[in-house]
Design a binder for this molecule. Structure first.
Ligand SMILES: [Zn+2]
Length: 122
């Protein structure tokens, strides 16, 4: 399961960061998920809650920010693409201007921990 392994990686990243910063508690975690990852934000959120049980993350608030896909195409088009048809069977997008696939994906592939709010030891 795609979501589970991502959620697991996120939890480990946050625990690691919390320990390095002498945290006693993690209050809030903001995660950026690109639309192109095809990850389901609701499922990620649910799994983060489950995986954080009995860790320093227990009770933390998870915010999921979905990042829309943006491309820079060789035809000169720059910007958003239609992702309505994006799914696990057809995980590709095409340029809305020329219909091609020769482009650089500027945004939409991320799956990062963007921000962590912690309570520090005195
Ligand atoms: Zn194009």
């Amino acid at each position: 399961m795609h979501e589970l392994s991502m959620a697991d990686a996120i939890v480990r990243t946050v625990i690691d960061a919390a320990e390095k910063n002498d945290a006693v508690e993690v209050l809030e975690v903001t995660v950026e998920i690109g639309q192109m990852t095809l990850l389901n934000p609701e499922q990620i959120k649910f799994m983060l809650d489950v995986l954080s049980e009995d860790t320093i993350l227990e009770g933390a608030r998870f915010n999921i920010e979905v990042v829309p896909v943006e491309i820079e195409c060789t035809c000169g088009y720059e910007g958003a693409v239609d992702t309505d048809e994006l799914n696990h069977l057809a995980p590709v997008v095409s340029c809305p201007s020329c219909g091609g696939h020769e482009f650089h994906v500027r945004a939409g592939r991320e799956c990062n921990v963007k921000n962590i709010k912690i309570e520090k030891r005195d």
